[in-house]
Write a protein that binds this ligand. Structure first.
Ligand code: ADP
Ligand code: MG
Length: 230
């Protein structure tokens, strides 16, 4: 199953999205508030306190992700347009996700060559992190996260692939739709929306291929900027 994802096109619904987002951010805030109120009562042992704090931190991350991914879509982000060392940015992303991969018994394999594109390093990070996090989450019992780059005819291809649970064709069709998630309470359904937006901002293209119980392959194509003017 293969399709070129162009969902973000249709979604000129930023204001509707804004009200949903404020709603979505209130949920983690409510949880955090509840936890702080409980922590005020001094009757918890250390284990319990640590557990509460852990949940609060997770909820803060969640609120942060929701806002961060929404901002990309709302186009309120200042976009830089500079030559980006893609190899360096991908390696940075890998460093960030390595602890998460280790915790999930996911082995990260790479084949990355030096390459340069024009774009915004911060947004690219967000794009790679959103995709790779999804890949790791799709391999709850471990697996391989494979990341490679290559340059073909002035085009840079970044491939990110997992051998996790994959998607049905229905799920694949909905990828990038705001709030589409199969992760229930754990998901926000905003990560892929931001990914598609970011790739578009950088004149790139995204191809996603997925097969249920086999895995998912993301291929991103960017125009190369060449290393010479770096
Ligand atoms: P979230 O991760 O919060 O659910 P995303 O927008 O990042 O939101 O992803 C939306 C949905 O797309 C996920 O819930 C999942 O069903 C599906 N998905 C995305 N990436 C993958 C992947 N690598 N493997 C399997 N399913 C995926
Ligand atoms: Mg996600």
């Amino acid at each position: 199953i293969n399709m070129q994802v162009i969902k973000a096109e249709k979604l000129e619904v930023v204001s509707h999205l804004a009200s949903s987002i404020s709603h979505e951010v209130r949920n983690p805030l409510t949880v955090i508030k509840g936890i702080l109120q409980m922590l005020k009562i001094d009757e918890w042992n250390d284990d319990k306190r640590t557990q509460f704090i852990e949940i609060a931190l997770q909820e803060i991350n969640r609120a942060n992700d929701i806002i961060g991914n929404y901002l990309t879509f709302a186009k309120t982000v200042q976009q830089e347009h500079i030559t980006v060392d893609l190899e360096q940015e991908i390696n940075r992303s890998i460093n960030i996700i390595t602890p998460m991969a280790n915790m999930n018994c996911v082995d990260i394999q790479t084949n990355i060559v030096p390459c340069y594109i024009k774009g915004d390093p911060q947004l690219l990070q967000q794009c790679f992190l959103n995709i790779t996090k999804n890949c790791i989450e799709a391999m709850p019992n471990g697996g391989i996260l494979f990341i490679s780059t290559q340059e073909i005819n002035g085009s840079i291809e970044v491939e990110i692939r997992d051998n996790g649970e994959g998607m049905t064709s229905e799920q694949l069709k909905r990828l990038g739709e705001p709030f589409f998630t199969t992760k229930g309470r754990e998901g926000t359904g905003l990560g892929m929306m931001a990914v598609i937006k970011i790739i578009k901002l950088m004149s790139g293209r995204l191809d996603v291929t997925s097969n249920k119980n086999e895995g998912t392959q993301f291929r991103i194509f960017f125009p190369s900027s060449g290393a010479s003017d770096y």
